[in-house]
Each structure stands twice: as structure tokens, then as C-alpha cells.
Design a binder for this molecule. Structure first.
Ligand code: LIP
Length: 269
């Protein structure tokens, strides 16, 4: 079995176990543990507990490999490791949905080679699991993207009515006006817009052909690490574009071949 295949199988298993914990905690009631970059940027006790479960699993089963998690940052899984593999984890992507009880959240687990800089890493395996729907999207480098056992393919061309697009907004209210202007430009090729609230699911839906394209400014590496692999393994295109304002985090664009270039052109300022 190749390294990528081994990492894939572990990513799927960990995503399932972590997702089940998140689902159980949701039924027990969600406690907000803290706010982070802005009042709207919350972290729940479940986020922290789920990420710890993932860290513990990886420490046992992949000692010496790197770790980049939304809640614990880049602390190594174990010290003295010299592996080229890094695990990039969002324990509960769609935290606000999770806190409000909206069943659109996911555990996102990715294994990458070449360090933890998304501009230079090579994604090897990824899993995005929505425990509320039971849908598990997964991919191995060069071996396709899947929903359970069904192979995924992006839409080649949008319908004549226009592209079904998705987007999202950051937690910082000062960024909303420019983000909304970007939505207005994208609407010129869209039949409609969706705001699902979890980037990993937006990307999984592009891979599955449920969306023709997705764009959002300001995503963190853990938001897209697994979803980007789903999109490219399903025949789609994925890009991150630096913004003119260096302080603004890059714009992420993902779509099938019939939409990507037009969407990229319309959404890059
Ligand atoms: C979320 C992303 C979503 C974005 C939210 C937030 P989190 O990640 O998945 O696309 O619009 O602002 O960043 O914080 O729930 O892990």
C-alpha cells in the first residue's frame, strides 16, 4: 500500500471517529469556550475536545509527523519528528453552524507533504465528514475523489440559467463591504448564490457537482486543505490569489473547468 493510501485510510477513520464525537457533543448542548479574532469568531469546547482526540490518535499512529490544527496551531504531534508529512486539521469546520444547530459542519482531515505552507505543500490524502448528514467525502492523490464509494466529478459547464455558486464571509465586519462587492460581480455569471458556512463542505460540493463554483477571501489552511484535494481529484481547479491589500488573506477560488476562469476574473479585485 502506498504512503498516500495509508494516510487516506487513517484520515477517513479519524474523521469518522472525530465527527461522531462532535455529533454526540452537539446533542448534549454546545458551550462557547472563547472568541478568537473577532466577537463572531467563536470556539466551542467541542472544537477543542475533537482536535485533542485527533492529536491523540495521530500521536499514537503517526508519531514524528507534523500537525497544523485550527485550535492548537503547529505544535508537533511528538517531538523529534523528521517526517515530511503534516496533518492539517479543522476539528469542526462551520463552527457557527455547529453552535446554532445548523447541520452543515464537518471534520476536515488532510495529510500533506512538503511542510505546512499551503503555497508549497503537496496534498496526499483528505477526508471531509459531515456527521449530521453522514456524508464522508474523501480523496487520495491521483486516485480520485469520492463520496463514500461513489466517484465524484465537477460540473463541466454550468446550466444555461447560470452557475450555482457559493461563498462566505470572514468574521471581521470591516471586510464585509468588499466581500459583498465581490459577490455582486460574481452574480453576473450566477443563477444563484449559496452561503453554506463551512468551506470544507463548499469545496466538497464543488467536487460533487452540487455547486459549479466557490469563492471566499480569508480562509485558513485548515479550512481548505482537504477540500482542495477533493476538487482537483474530481477534475476541478483550485487557486488561492493574493489580495492587493497584503493585510487581507488570499482569495480562494474553486470550480469546474467551464466556470473557473470567468469566476477567477470576476472575483479578483
Ligand atoms: C469557517 C469557514 C467558512 C467561513 C467562516 C469560517 P470555521 O471556518 O469554513 O467558510 O465563511 O467565516 O472561517 O471557523 O468554522 O472553522
Amino acid at each position: 500500500m502506498t504512503l498516500a493510501a495509508q494516510l487516506h485510510d487513517l484520515a477517513v477513520d479519524i474523521a469518522r471517529e472525530a465527527g461522531e464525537l462532535a455529533r454526540r457533543r452537539r446533542t448534549e448542548g454546545v458551550a462557547i469556550a472563547a472568541t478568537k479574532s473577532a466577537l463572531a469568531d467563536i470556539v466551542t469546547e467541542a472544537d477543542r475536545e475533537v482536535e485533542q482526540l485527533i492529536r491523540d490518535r495521530l500521536r499514537r499512529e503517526r508519531p514524528g509527523e507534523g500537525f497544523l490544527g485550527e485550535e492548537s496551531g503547529a505544535e508537533p504531534i511528538s517531538h523529534g519528528g523528521d517526517s515530511d508529512v503534516t496533518w492539517v486539521i479543522d476539528p469542526i469546520d462551520g463552527t457557527v453552524n455547529y453552535a446554532y444547530g445548523i447541520p452543515s459542519y464537518a471534520v476536515s482531515v488532510a495529510a500533506v507533504a512538503g511542510g505546512s505552507d499551503p503555497e508549497h505543500w503537496d496534498a496526499l490524502a483528505g477526508a471531509v465528514f459531515n456527521p449530521a448528514s453522514g456524508e464522508l467525502f474523501h480523496a487520495t492523490r491521483d486516485e480520485g475523489a469520492w463520496l463514500h464509494d461513489d466517484r465524484l466529478t465537477v460540473t463541466a459547464e454550468p446550466a444555461a440559467a447560470g452557475a450555482l455558486l457559493a461563498t462566505g464571509f470572514g468574521y471581521d465586519p470591516s471586510t464585509h463591504a468588499s466581500d459583498l462587492a465581490r459577490v455582486g460581480r460574481a452574480m453576473t455569471i450566477a443563477r444563484d448564490i449559496r452561503r453554506i458556512g463551512a468551506a470544507s463542505l463548499d469545496l466538497a460540493f464543488v467536487a460533487a457537482g452540487r455547486l459549479d463554483g466557490y469563492f471566499e477571501r480569508g480562509l485558513q489552511p485548515w479550512d481548505f486543505a482537504a477540500g482542495a484535494l477533493l476538487v482537483t481529484e474530481a477534475g476541478g481547479r483550485f487557486a488561492r490569489v493574493e489580495m492587493p491589500d497584503a493585510a487581507a488573506r488570499p482569495l480562494t477560488v474553486a470550480a469546474g473547468p467551464g466556470v473557473f476562469e470567468r469566476l477567477l476574473s470576476l472575483t479578483t479585485d
